[in-house]
Design a protein around this ligand. Structure first.
Ligand SMILES: [Zn+2]
Length: 388
């Protein structure tokens, strides 16, 4: 299985100019200007991209791959997103998580869905534990799940500053973070404590206190949804200055809402001179995006959408940002922080996860692990239960 992509304007994310890419099996094996033709006997599938922009497959570090939700009753449990919802959106790597509901859902289902997505051609991993303490695990401990289960890369999404959380104390958070960190040391995995941050006024104060009170390195603490309140986002900037990597969610933001859209959050981050390599963007796809009243009742909700990442990239490019500057929070930064080797960058030896953009920054072609999933905007590989 050899594929030769000619005349690709590769953004690796760094711009490499017009190059050819040779893909063998699941990997990129050669990359450079005007690669020589291969002997016909090799049966090479050659495609001239005519100077189209090629970016790494997007890395979504926070998604409800089994479907999440359920905060307004069992009928609000969200179905699992299908394979083509990810691939059409240019997402080739995803990290799944349990959410508020770890009662009707659990780690066995999450692990099975990770394997299903891999079988269908994507790359997938997961967090262990869910929202609450004591955590939902498969082996009986957070550390055990990370050490013994190949697909588990860290602990999450453990909820803080939210009425839906288990109201974890500082000591409990320190213990959960230590399990993630030690398991990371034992395995070479991310070993990150990925924290759901709610709308509560406590914000990130517990994480700041943990940096003061423990020996745990800042990279272990990775809060998400930090763009849901504007003041919270300023706390996130301060936390990143201390060495943490933070994640923003590409959810829709209404006019006048006290939140930053992911595109606005990134611009705010860059303008503030915050560390460019310590912010990532994820979808929360398959999860509900509920709004609650003061008594904790759901007043409205939407569902996280895989398409929100490419849409955010398109927004930023339309505002005049260079594609190479926009890409890292969606590709190389999450891959590096989550230690997903061979992901997030286009280079020889990396997995052939490639998205060819059209003029509007939508996915014209998508290759995942060397296989064409989207061609000319059409899905050519579909999930097991998706109709053609
Ligand atoms: Zn969350």
């Amino acid at each position: 299985m050899l594929t030769l992509l000619r005349n690709a304007a590769v953004h690796a994310p760094a711009p490499l100019g017009l190059v050819d890419l040779l893909v063998a099996g699941e990997r990129i094996v050669q990359l450079g200007p005007a690669l020589p033709a291969l002997p016909a006997a090799y049966d090479v599938h050659e495609v001239d991209l005519g100077g189209a922009r090629v970016i790494p497959g997007l890395v979504d570090g926070h998604a409800h791959v089994t479907g999440g939700g359920g905060e307004a009753g069992v009928h609000t449990r969200v179905p699992a997103p299908t394979l083509t919802q990810w691939t059409r959106a240019g997402i080739t790597s995803v990290v799944g998580t349990l959410g508020t509901d770890a009662e009707t859902r659990g780690m066995a289902e999450l692990l099975a869905q990770v394997r299903a997505l891999r079988h269908e051609g994507m790359s997938a991993w997961c967090w262990t534990g869910g929202y609450h303490l004591p955590p939902r695990t498969f082996t009986g401990s957070l550390r055990g799940d990370i050490v013994h289960l190949e697909a588990v890369i860290g602990v999450g999404e453990l909820a803080i500053s939210d009425h839906r959380s288990s109201q974890p104390t500082l000591d409990e958070l320190a213990r959960a973070a230590s399990e993630a960190h030690v398991a990371g040391l034992l395995t070479g995995k991310a070993g990150v404590l990925h924290l759901h941050v709610g709308n509560g006024a406590r914000g990130l104060s517990q994480l700041a206190a943990l940096l003061d009170a423990t020996e745990l390195p800042p990279r272990v603490f990775m809060p998400t949804h930090v763009n849901r309140r504007r003041a919270l986002f300023e706390e996130a900037i301060a936390l990143a200055q201390r060495g943490c990597t933070v994640d923003v969610t590409a959810f829709p933001v209404d006019e006048g809402e006290d939140a930053w859209h992911a595109a606005d959050a990134l611009e705010r981050w860059w303008r503030a001179g915050a560390p460019r390599d310590r912010i990532t963007v994820s979808t929360d796809a398959g999860g509900t995006l509920p709004h609650f009243d003061a008594q904790g009742n759901v007043v409205s909700y939407g569902v996280g959408d895989p398409a929100s990442l490419l849409a955010t990239i398109a927004t930023l490019v339309a505002r005049g940002h260079a594609l190479a500057d926009v890409l890292p929070p969606f590709t190389s930064t999450p891959a590096a922080h989550l230690r997903l080797v061979r992901k997030g960058t286009i280079a020889v030896g990396m997995d052939a996860d490639l998205v060819v953009l059209d003029d509007a920054c939508a996915a014209r072609h998508v290759l995942a692990r060397g296989r064409w999933h989207v061609r000319d905007g059409e899905t050519v590989v579909r999930g097991t239960f998706e109709r053609g």
